[in-house]
Write a protein that binds this ligand. Structure first.
Ligand SMILES: [Zn+2]
Ligand SMILES: [Zn+2]
Length: 109
């Protein structure tokens, strides 16, 4: 059973970290690089959650997204804001941490 995470990873610049950390209601300290949060072998772009704007009802995530094959350095990437996928886990405690309308299984599947 292939349950591992995708091994793709990407880094962002200091200027982008500053921009993400200075967003209103920024909840996290943005890191400079991270690995893709989707499952190994997923379709569509890679993504990691760089920042969360905690706006209560309207919480927004900021994902770094890119296309390069896993294991290679992405030459380009995009930082995309989107609402979170609201699918609850089977115990109803967490919700999926992927962007809304993501491809593939939810984070806890
Ligand atoms: Zn990936
Ligand atoms: Zn989901």
């Amino acid at each position: 059973m292939a349950t591992g995470l995708c091994i793709a990873a990407a880094a962002i610049t200091a200027a982008e970290i500053e921009r993400l950390d200075n967003l209103p209601d920024a909840a996290n300290e943005t890191v400079d690089a991270d690995g893709c949060q989707f499952k190994a072998g997923h379709t569509g772009r890679h993504a990691w959650l760089a920042q969360v704007q905690d706006g209560g009802e309207n919480t927004t995530g900021w994902w770094v997204m890119w296309d390069a094959p896993a294991g290679t350095d992405p030459s380009t990437y995009e930082i995309v804001s989107a609402p979170f996928c609201e699918e609850p886990d089977p115990d109803g405690i967490w919700t999926c941490e992927h962007p809304a309308a993501h491809e593939g299984p939810h984070r806890f599947d």
